[in-house]
Design a protein around this ligand. Structure first.
Ligand SMILES: O=P(O)(O)OC[C@H]1O[C@](O)(CO)[C@@H](O)[C@@H]1O
Length: 265
C-alpha cells in the first residue's frame, strides 16, 4: 500500500468524502500516493478536491526543470471523478498571444478571459503537456497522474497571497491554443489505454481484468481504484488507497470494479 500525503490548499474542500477517512477540518486540496523514496521513476498519482479555482499556471518540461535542479518536468493528466453541473477546466489559450500581452494579462487578471475553459464532465480525460497554461476549476474531484515533480509556475492566483512566477512561466508557456489528441470521454464500462509514454503509461481497467491488456507493462505499477472490489495478491485495495506491485497477474478486479493503472515509460 502506498503512503498517503494529505495536502491542504486554499482552494481545497472540507471533508472530501467518506472514502478518504477522517482528514480533519482543513481545506483538503490533494491526497498524494507516494512512491517509495528509492523509486524515482514511477508517476505520482493524486486526488484533487476543489471548492475554488486553482491558480492559472504552467509547468516546465524536463529540459527547463533540470536546469533549475528539479529531477524532471511535469506532464500531467486528469480524470474527472465528480463535478458540479457548471464545473470547468481551463486548458490552453483561446487565442494566440505574445509574451508582452500575456504578462500584462497576468498582472491585471484579464488572463482569465484568455483561457480555453471547457465544461468538465464525469469521466472526461484530459492530458496536459508541460508548457500548456491551465487552470482547474471549482467543484471537482479529479485523479491526477503526473511526472513525479512538483514544480508549478503561477501566472495568476485570483488575488490570493501566494507567490507568482511570471518570468519562469513566460519562459515555458505555449502561446497558442492547443488540444491534445489523447483527450476523450472514458467509457466507464470498457478498459482503455489512456497514455502510452513518453513519460508514463496509464490504463483504465474494468472487471474482469485481463493481464494481456497490459502486456507491455514493466517495473513497478501503481493501482488506484475508482470503484468496487480491487485486489492485489488477494489483498483488497479500497477507493482512497493505492498500491504498487510488479506483476499484473497479481491483480484481480471483481464484478463492477474500475481502476487506473500507471507505470513509468
Ligand atoms: O498552485 P496551486 O493553485 O496550488 O496548484 C498546484 C497544483 O496544480 C496542479 O499542478 C494541477 O494543475 C497540481 O499538481 C498542483 O499540486
Amino acid at each position: 500500500m502506498l503512503e498517503r500525503r494529505i495536502v491542504e490548499k486554499p482552494w481545497g474542500r472540507r471533508h472530501p468524502g467518506k472514502d478518504f477517512g477522517d482528514l480533519g477540518d482543513g481545506r483538503i486540496g490533494e491526497i498524494w500516493f507516494l512512491p517509495p523514496p528509492d523509486d524515482t521513476r514511477s508517476p505520482l498519482l493524486k486526488f484533487l478536491f476543489t471548492s475554488e479555482r486553482l491558480s492559472i499556471q504552467v509547468h516546465p518540461d524536463d529540459k527547463v526543470a533540470r536546469r533549475t535542479g528539479a529531477p524532471c518536468g511535469k506532464d500531467e493528466c486528469w480524470l474527472v471523478v465528480t463535478g458540479d453541473d457548471d464545473a470547468r477546466i481551463g486548458v490552453g489559450l483561446n487565442r494566440n498571444t505574445d509574451h508582452e500581452a500575456l504578462r500584462a494579462a497576468a498582472l491585471d487578471g484579464s488572463i482569465m478571459d484568455m483561457i480555453d475553459w471547457r465544461r468538465a464532465h464525469v469521466d472526461d480525460f484530459i492530458y496536459n503537456p508541460a508548457g500548456t497554461i491551465h487552470a482547474i476549476g471549482a467543484g471537482l474531484t479529479i485523479v491526477e497522474v503526473q511526472q513525479n515533480c512538483d514544480t508549478t509556475y503561477r501566472l495568476y492566483d485570483y488575488g490570493r497571497e501566494r507567490p507568482l512566477h511570471l518570468d519562469e512561466a513566460l519562459e515555458v508557456a505555449h502561446l497558442s491554443p492547443t488540444r491534445d489528441e489523447r483527450d476523450c470521454s472514458i467509457d466507464p464500462n470498457a478498459a482503455s489505454e489512456l497514455v502510452r509514454g513518453p513519460y508514463f503509461h496509464l490504463h483504465h481497467l474494468v472487471a474482469p481484468f485481463d493481464p494481456a491488456t497490459v502486456a507491455n507493462a514493466k517495473g513497478m505499477m501503481t493501482l488506484l481504484p475508482l470503484a468496487g472490489d480491487c485486489r492485489v495478491a488477494e489483498v483488497s485495495i479500497l477507493v482512497g488507497q493505492a498500491a504498487q506491485f510488479d506483476d499484473p497477474n497479481l491483480l484481480d478486479l471483481r464484478k463492477g470494479a474500475r481502476a487506473l493503472l500507471a507505470w513509468a515509460a
